[in-house]
Design a protein around this ligand. Structure first.
Ligand SMILES: CC(C)(COP(=O)(O)OP(=O)(O)OC[C@H]1O[C@@H](n2cnc3c(N)ncnc32)[C@H](O)[C@@H]1OP(=O)(O)O)[C@@H](O)C(=O)NCCC(=O)NCCS
Length: 360
């Protein structure tokens, strides 16, 4: 009998304020047609609250779906590249907020691959007997590091959070295999140097440095090849062929990257979950939000083979293959909501525009 980590609850939190392509046409020299054709994105959430607030809502929803109380959880992992501060971790902030007093708590940074690294970690902790019930959260407030004068980067990213509850199962369901990898030599293809100790103690936050930068076409190639190869390795380890997969839930970085990678795997569009149009790229939060939508849309059935795959800064990549359990409906619902805001998206981005204006 093999014990595996299986998903029993899921939830997400998307900020109510949207940055549409029409808004971006006002901010930078771009067009909605260009953005949709090159990325598939129509709008993204811009958060009026902190990363922990987004994580808290997604967590309550996932716990309710699993029919669990916060005190039932013994490990809390937050995958994020936009923690509020370095220490305490976002996971500890969230643990306090949720009253999750029986849980170990830590953050995990593998950039956009953070969710898959987190899934592998949660699964390993459960298989090793270190934990029985793990709450994994992906949460990002990416707009904070984005330069909304730079059309090359700012069109892609959105804020949000997603969460799942992993529980030990002996019923044959759960995470069957994982593949994780990294190549630090290609690290400069995606960088945002905030929150680090590099440099002088007295350094001011410099807008020329403290913003997200990537080499779009290089990342594109690394992503397509990296995700394809990673999924193949994970499937091989589980002795599963691509045509047995019911649904691939990829990191939502660019619709064309998703299409190219899954086409190379011979997995047609009907078996790929894509929600980038309304969410943008939300780094570690993108897969759990897509997974949540897939379950809610009825795209996952009991016993289905589901693949998660991602690539991201570092560079990093990873995939998991899992067999879904017997439940695709939530046991309960949480009525928690984010606090309302009357701010417009331009008001939410005004500080950002002011900070980065001098370098444009
Ligand atoms: C960024 C990305 C959408 C650009 O798409 P692309 O098809 O590769 O476009 P290119 O980089 O070849 O740029 C083509 C032209 O469009 C221009 N362009 C870039 N952004 C634009 C925008 N928002 N609107 C209009 N034109 C734009 C470029 O300046 C370039 O113009 P030039 O030829 O005059 O120099 C794409 O490379 C991508 O998604 N890369 C991955 C980035 C990523 O996801 N990073 C994080 C991963 S976790």
């Amino acid at each position: 009998m093999t014990t595996r980590a299986t998903i029993r609850g899921w939830g997400k939190c998307v900020p109510p304020v949207k940055l549409t392509n029409a808004h971006l046409e006002v901010l930078v020299d771009t067009s909605s047609e260009w953005i949709i054709e090159r990325t598939g994105i129509e709008e993204r959430g811009i958060s009026h609250v902190e990363t922990t607030d987004l994580a808290e809502v997604a967590s309550h929803r996932a716990l309710a779906a699993a029919g669990l109380e916060p005190t039932d959880i013994d490990m809390l992992i937050v995958a994020t590249v936009t923690p509020e501060i370095t220490c305490p971790s976002n996971a500890c902030f969230l643990q306090e907020r949720l009253g999750m007093v029986n849980a170990a708590a830590f953050d995990l940074n593998a950039a956009c691959s953070g969710w898959v690294y987190g899934s592998a970690t949660a699964s390993s902790m459960i298989q090793a007997g270190v934990a029985e019930k793990v709450l994994l959260v992906g949460a990002e407030k990416l707009h904070w590091v984005m330069d909304y004068w730079d059309r090359n980067t700012c069109i892609l990213f959105g804020d949000g959070a997603g969460a799942v509850v992993f529980e030990a199962s002996d019923a044959g369901d759960g995470v069957l295999s994982t593949d994780l990898g990294a190549d630090g030599r290609a690290g400069k293809t995606m960088v945002f140097p905030t929150l680090g100790t590099r440099g002088e103690l007295t350094n001011q936050r410099d807008p020329a440095i403290n913003r997200l930068h990537f080499e779009g076409q290089n990342v594109f190639k690394i992503a397509v090849k990296g995700m394809e190869a990673s999924v193949r390795r994970a499937l091989e380890r589980a002795d599963i062929a691509p045509d047995e997969v019911a649904l691939v839930v990829p990191h939502q970085a660019n619709e064309r990257i998703i299409d190219a990678a899954t086409r190379r795997l011979g997995i047609e569009r009907e078996r790929v979950m894509v929600n980038i149009a309304t969410h943008g790229n939300s780094a570690a939060a993108s897969i759990p939000m897509a997974l949540n939508d897939a379950v809610e849309m009825g795209r996952i059935s009991p016993g289905d083979l589901v693949v998660q795959t991602a690539f991201g800064g570092g560079v990093t990549w990873g995939s998991t293959v899992m067999r879904w359990g017997d439940r695709v409906t939530p046991l309960g619902h949480s009525d928690i909501e984010l606090p309302p805001t009357d701010k417009t998206v331009f008001e939410l981005l005004s500080g950002n525009r002011e900070f980065f204006a001098p370098i444009h």
